[in-house]
Design a protein around this ligand. Structure first.
Ligand code: NAD
Length: 472
């Protein structure tokens, strides 16, 4: 990976940023005013964002375009720093993949161009529909993609004309607030107001709840698991809920099997499978299973024996609560760490563990967020699709299928009801990487917005001029 700065220099920058943001350095807050969005309290963060929203309202669409370009450029300039910080702070995923996520967020998030106005003309004049901001938006962000969700949300909100208050995941607070700082610095340098995005330096569930229910917050966007989606829906505000998923993949015997294996490997191993869209379970038809497994073995994978899988399950799944859940100690860790936990050492060359399992295996139904991929069989393609629908569990998030059978592809598209459905590609194609279309790191599942853009965060307004302004 080519970096513009040396690893040692990067290390030094990370240390100094962490020290500054955690109080070891000169604090912006000590001066008594909010700078670069860094706040002590929810009230302070909301007030600063409300002031920024007012200031932003005086700017033109051309200004917003310039501010967005500045956010993109600063994000790209600092992608290695943000990736390093996120990796060191959260211990999740892979550094080089975090760089790729920030790049995607900066390059592929649409700006103001997505807000096309509508016009109606007739005997009674001209009516236009335009897109107006809501005001102050509360954004709750995850630990899994901290800087990329924040950059993606920031570009959407700026295009929409909103200001944003962030409640970052507590385990990603430093890299998240550094991203907020870079966003504000970019906007200010481009001639815009400071604090277009603010956040509390010590976020918690309590600050998140206070933010979502704050009287000056106009809209809530929550990206995360089931608990935060429920909390957001209880806020009484307009909510965009980007919840969890459990994306299954169907592979049938008509598929280009080597290509299917490559795609599944790419999606399931990317950032150690912490992306919400990543392939979490595979259902192969009986005829596709053997060639598919042969192709998977040619890739940097390790096929667990039934005994090794049983040993690993004891480490990665916790069964002491009401429901089985993944052990946070192993979430997002490299495949080699999972292997070490069962006594297999020195396999840093492995990016993904695979295992053949029965149709009712627990791992198929848990959003594991680890590079361990359960693969099961079904007698034929229709049975494989039906099982994939069960594995997806109605989250409405993402699914993939590899097949050349058009009827089967159409059947799965109809039955699976996911927001993203990728045919003959990896899950990343659904994010616009290797597939067409723009990207989003906040995918509105529970509330149905799909791939969020500035269009998600605006109100429609109509202005009618009666009897004039027709030109024919
Ligand atoms: P998480 O639910 O643990 O945390 C997400 C955010 O919600 C954090 O800021 C956290 O502090 C906050 N939070 C959690 N419970 C809360 C509560 N009861 N009240 C208020 N705030 C609360 O999720 P995570 O581990 O950070 O992220 C991974 C999850 O997010 C996965 O389930 C993944 O599928 C999902 N995700 C979804 C999308 C999408 O676009 N749909 C994108 C990224 C991640």
């Amino acid at each position: 990976m080519a970096l513009h700065i040396s690893e040692a220099e990067l290390e030094r920058i990370v240390r100094s940023v962490v020290s500054e943001l955690t109080g070891g350095g000169q604090s912006n807050i000590a001066a008594g005013r909010v700078v670069n969005g860094q706040c002590r309290t929810v009230d302070e963060a909301v007030d600063a964002a409300a002031a920024a929203f007012k200031a932003l309202s005086a700017h033109t669409l051309e200004d917003r375009k310039r501010f967005i370009e500045a956010i993109r450029a600063n994000g790209l300039r600092n992608k290695a720093l943000l990736a390093k910080m996120a990796h060191e702070e959260t211990h999740l995923g892979r550094y080089e993949h975090k760089i790729a996520k920030d790049e995607t967020a900066c390059n592929l998030t649409p700006g103001v161009e997505i807000l096309e106005p509508k016009a109606f003309t007739g005997d009674h004049g001209l009516t236009v529909h335009e897109w107006a901001p809501f005001g102050v938006v509360a954004a709750i962000t995850p630990v899994t993609n901290p800087s990329s969700v924040i950059l993606n949300n920031a570009i959407c909100m700026m295009a929409a004309g909103n200001a944003t208050v962030l409640n970052a995941h507590p385990s990603a607070k430093v890299c998240s607030m550094k991203t907020v700082e870079l966003i504000n610095q970019a906007v200010v340098a481009a001639g815009g107001p400071d604090n277009v995005m603010t956040g509390v330096l010590e976020p918690s569930i309590e600050t998140g709840t206070a933010l979502m229910t704050h009287r000056k917050v106009d809209m809530v966007v929550a990206t995360g698991g089931v608990a935060v989606v429920r909390a957001a829906l209880r806020s009484g505000k307009r909510v965009v809920a980007a919840g969890p998923g459990n994306p299954p993949v169907v592979v049938d015997e008509t598929a280009d099997i080597p290509e299917a294996a490559k795609c599944v490997f790419e999606g399931a191993s990317f950032d150690n499978n912490i992306l919400c869209v990543g392939e979490k379970a595979v259902v192969c038809t009986e005829a596709a299973m053997r060639p598919f497994m042969e192709e998977m073995r040619k890739l940097p994978t390790y096929e667990l024996s039934p005994g090794e899988l049983a040993a690993l399950m004891k480490n990665i799944v916790l069964t002491d609560g009401a429901k089985p859940r993944m052990n946070g100690q192993f979430v997002g860790r490299n495949a080699s760490v999972l292997l070490e936990s069962i006594g297999i050492r020195g396999r840093e060359d492995v990016y993904l563990l695979t295992c053949r399992v029965a149709q009712d295996h627990q791992l198929l139904y848990l959003e594991q967020m680890m590079p361990v991929l359960p693969i099961t069989t079904a007698p034929n393609v229709n049975a494989a699709i039906d099982l994939a629908v069960e594995i997806e569990q109605g989250f409405g998030h993402s699914a993939m299928m590899h097949s050349r059978d058009l009827a089967a592809l159409s059947r799965m598209a109809k039955l699976i009801k996911t927001t993203l459905f990728v045919k003959n590609g990896s899950s990343l194609a659904g994010l616009g990487v290797g597939g067409e279309g723009y990207t989003a790191f906040t995918i509105g599942t529970a509330t149905g917005e799909g791939m969020t853009t500035a269009r998600t965060f605006v109100r429609e307004r109509r202005c009618a001029l009666v009897d004039y302004f027709r030109i024919v």
